[in-house]
Write a protein that binds this ligand. Structure first.
Ligand code: ADP
Ligand code: AMP
Length: 214
């Protein structure tokens, strides 16, 4: 099963992608996580990506597309995968399409997790990420047992630089301009499924599973 998660930043794509990856035992591929790992390891890609991410801008397509096209051809992706945060522009979607056509393959579902802008700022300002394993929490909607400490690995939680309110609005503008057109792109391909992302995360998950298994 090859799935793309669509939705605004903070809509819950990563939360759902992780739960789906566990259920269906397929990899969760998050370009944001890949860039953050590169920033942590101080790679050339990380240095370049950080310049854009800190400003709430998208990393250029030429740094992003090949990375994903290579990743989906690895052995663990044979059974399927969940793309989270990619594609984010029409040229990225076209590059993915071209690569999949050459591999005689296709995307099965593009799931749009719908959350209105007014909910997004609260979602992102309350998001906390673990510096160790990258697990994501929310101070109100998905808190850790001990404040500021990751339930999974015990390391410290931080507010991502790009989740600060001044950057969130910029990221939302970028989403509406560059990423939202993908909804029609995948609707035209007949693979778009929409779910209400404003309800509890377990209910969002159940709605997605229902779509995938219907
Ligand atoms: P995305 O990957 O789309 O940027 P995340 O999955 O990281 O979004 O979710 C953003 C924040 O909102 C996180 O702090 C997460 O714990 C929280 N969250 C995710 N889904 C829900 C939900 N259904 N209701 C409330 N909060 C949620
Ligand atoms: P995310 O973790 O998906 O919220 O992504 C965090 C940031 O990484 C985004 O705001 C972008 O700067 C960058 N990024 C992640 N995925 C992509 C992508 N597919 N194209 C361009 N930039 C991306």
């Amino acid at each position: 099963m090859k799935i793309i998660m669509l939705g605004a930043p903070g809509a819950g794509k990563g939360t759902q992608a992780k739960m789906l990856a566990d259920k269906y035992e397929i990899p969760h591929i998050s370009t944001g996580d890949i860039f953050r790992a590169n920033i942590k390891n101080e790679t050339e890609l990380g240095k370049k990506a950080k310049e854009y991410m800190d400003k709430g801008l998208l990393v250029p397509d030429e740094l992003t597309c090949n990375l994903v096209v290579d990743r989906i051809q690895q052995e663990d992706c044979k059974k399927g995968y969940i793309l989270d945060g990619f594609p984010r522009t029409i040229p990225q979607a076209e590059a993915l399409d071209k690569a999949l056509t050459e591999l005689n393959d296709k995307i099965d579902y593009a799931i749009n997790v719908e959350v209105p802008d007014e909910n997004i700022v609260g979602r992102m300002s309350g998001r906390r990420a673990c510096v160790g394993c990258g697990a994501t929490y929310h101070i109100v909607y998905n808190p850790t047992k001990e404040e500021g400490i990751c339930d999974r690995c015990g390391k410290e939680l931080i507010l991502r630089d790009d989740d600060k309110p001044e950057t969130v609005q910029k990221r939302l503008n970028v989403y509406h301009e560059q990423t939202q057109p993908l909804i029609d792109f995948y609707k035209n391909k007949g693979v778009l499924k929409e779910v209400d992302g404003t309800v509890d995360m377990n209910d969002v998950f159940n709605a997605i599973v229902k779509v995938l298994e219907s």
